[in-house]
Ligand binder design. Sequence first.
Ligand code: NAP
Length: 281
Amino acid sequence: MAEILKGKPVADAIKADVALRAERMKAAGRQPMLAIVRAGSREDDIAYENRVIRNCGEVNIETVNITFPADVSHGIFTDALRSLSEDKGIHGILVLRPLPDQIDSGEAGMLIRANKDVDCMNPENLRKVFTGDASGISPCTPEAVIEILKFYGYPIRGKNVVIVNRSLVLGRPLSMLFLAEDATVTVCHSRTEKLSEITSGADILVSGVGRPEYFGREFVSPDMTVIDVGINFTEKGMCGDMKYDEVRDIVSAISPVPGGIGTITSAILLRHLIESVELGI
Ligand code: NAP
């Protein structure tokens, strides 16, 4: 039976560290402050926003909400991002995505100062990830994948890693983070041929296809560590990309959904904010 790599202990350790650092900052007269910017009232955005506010409250981080109607103009929205980027009392900016069609999210990302860009929207931060410059802010989910493996003591150096996802929020930056850890990386996608042959040869398999219970026994092998990043909603509730019950009986470790990577991703966001304050914005 596989070791279950639960996200909560990892997230709790990150939050405990963040809370301590934030407390010290407060005592030194610098209150860490996150701005959360939302356009529209999508239920999932509001649920995520409430979760971020609750998490911040637990670790001595204050939040300010900037909310616009869904039909806000591109100009008004981007002006708000410009002024938040200039505001010395704001240390991080989280923009809830996807943005309404009239807002150019590429331009919005560029308007967030790179060192306040806690969710890695500014291409300058992605450039740093791709050039191996550790001074930038990585996207939260790829960082969460590396974090969970390190927390549970699974070595990465020299390992054969297969990532099934090539998006800019997950697969591409994650492949760079794994390379920086000296792994050997293969990135797969919807046009990959003989996918199960490739995935079953991995030491570490990361799935992010966004298809409920897509990967079964033919995609995995014993001694493998599986990190399931997929978040899918079905009539039965939330699930990952793995046929969890089937795969769990074969591999040596697996992260569950829910209760895995998603929990850590939110904690990483808090750590990014604290790092921004420490950069002395
Ligand atoms: P995305 O942009 O749609 O990317 C999906 C990727 O999976 C693409 O590279 C796609 O290939 C590949 N793919 C789709 N079907 C495939 C198949 N049958 N075989 C092989 N590859 C296949 O989605 P995303 O934004 O990266 O998110 C991916 C998943 O991760 C979603 O379930 C999302 O909810 C989840 N997610 C979780 C977190 C978290 O914190 N846990 C954060 C972000 C995202 P092509 O490139 O060829 O289309």
